[in-house]
Write a protein that binds this ligand. Structure first.
Ligand SMILES: [Zn+2]
Length: 60
């Protein structure tokens, strides 16, 4: 797997390390933050919102 610079869909920053979900890129730091964010945290809702946008785009 090559480390191409991609734009993170959560923080909008250009990052090389991260994961791809449904062809969309989430950088390592956002992924780590998501993992440790409590579901009751409003930040988690932000992540979900960003993710939903991906799915909506994908199913459009
Ligand atoms: Zn990010």
């Amino acid at each position: 797997m090559e480390n191409a610079i991609q734009q993170c869909i959560v923080c909008d920053r250009q990052q090389a390390v991260g994961i791809a979900i449904c062809d969309q890129f989430i950088c390592y730091s956002c992924e780590q933050e998501m993992v440790k964010t409590d579901v009751r945290d409003e930040k988690y809702l932000f992540f979900i919102k960003q993710m939903r946008q991906i799915w909506l785009k994908k199913n459009a």
